[in-house]
Design a protein around this ligand. Structure first.
Ligand SMILES: [Zn+2]
Length: 335
């Protein structure tokens, strides 16, 4: 991965290029931005640039012995730390081991780089253990932390990192990423509109299973008022076991379309094939109610990002969405 391979995020890349070119590297960087926006890709590209033996145009060359090892995942001065799949957090033992490793002199390069992907998954004791390294970073060490939001980390940790904020990308850019991965242009435009500026999220929702989960979610939202608790519970379990992120993004996109159609009268941008259904939903609920439903979906997305219990979070959301819809009295004339 090189800077040249990262789509968008020009300002952030320029800043990191300059830091590497002038050898004024901070001991720790905190890359923030929504899930799937490209934080990990940028961290990988920055790590490659730092370790490259023959950088060209302020970017990793991609061909030297260092770059080859980085690409193969075998560079001895590069470590990746992330949450074990079966665990809810990154353990303190993992951080202690990483800190010991960072304190050793690099042998193969000028620097040692550690990427902590999903730093918000660090347990509080793990964050406190990391603090010691952040307070007195070994001169050769560079730590790259990624997280959806800086506020998810302890203030003491985030205040010792240089922040690099990645903003959502425009839909055209997201569609280009999808098209480059072989997604049909029409599907790419649809997914990009739903992805809220996150190519990773759009890519994650382009598979067959993901499409099924999104269809199940949107189908349920269209008939939510009539579904009983047992049906919602079954749906929550199905979604929680599968690709829930895409389904929740689809739910958020649905309510955004309903809200926009309700307020502007325009046809839905994200569901061009469901004009009648979106208009019907817009006609039968007040904007305040739809807005609260959208907030509930976004809160649930955030909760899952923080590793909440998936079934419980999704079932609670579905029940809440239905309660809002049932409580909302039919619209009387223009409102
Ligand atoms: Zn190189």
């Amino acid at each position: 991965m090189r800077f040249a391979d990262v789509l968008g995020h020009d300002a952030a890349i320029e800043r990191l290029r300059r830091a590497a070119a002038t050898q004024r590297l901070a001991g720790a960087y905190l890359l923030t931005g929504p899930a799937g926006v490209g934080k990990r890709l940028l961290a990988d590209a920055f790590a490659a640039r730092i370790l490259c033996a023959a950088p060209r145009d302020d970017d990793a060359c991609g061909t030297c012995a260092q770059c080859t090892r980085v690409a193969a995942g075998t560079h001895p001065e590069l470590r990746l730390l992330e949450r074990d799949e079966e665990r809810r957090d990154i353990r303190i033992e993992q951080i202690r081991e990483l800190s010991r490793w960072l304190a050793l002199q690099p042998l193969m390069a000028e620097r040692k780089v550690a990427i902590v992907d999903g730093a918000h998954c660090l347990s509080e004791p793990a964050q406190n253990a990391l603090l010691k390294t952040l307070e007195e970073p070994p001169p050769s060490a560079v730590l790259l932390l990624t997280t959806p939001a800086a506020a998810l980390l302890l203030p003491t940790v985030r205040s010792r990192c240089q922040r690099v904020r990645l903003d959502p990308l425009p839909p055209e850019s997201v569609a280009r990423v999808l098209a480059a991965r072989g997604v049909a242009p029409e599907q790419a435009t649809l997914l990009a509109a739903e992805a809220e500026g996150s190519p990773g999220r759009a890519l994650a929702s382009s598979g067959d299973e993901e499409v099924r989960a999104r269809d199940a979610m949107v189908g349920a939202l269209r008939t939510l008022r009539t579904l009983d608790a047992a049906a919602l519970s079954t749906l929550a379990q199905d979604l929680a076991r599968g690709p829930a992120d895409g389904a929740l993004a689809a739910a958020a996109a649905w309510y955004r379309d309903v809200l926009e159609t309700r307020l502007t009268g325009d046809p839905p941008r994200r569901h061009p094939g469901a004009v009648a259904a979106v208009r019907a939903a817009a006609d039968r609920s007040r904007a305040e109610c739809t807005l609260r439903q959208l907030e509930l979906v976004c809160d649930t997305i955030n909760a899952l990002d923080r590793n909440a219990n998936r079934i419980l979070a999704i079932e609670t959301m579905l029940l809440g969405l239905r309660a809002l819809e049932r409580d909302d009295s039919p619209r009387q004339g223009p409102a």
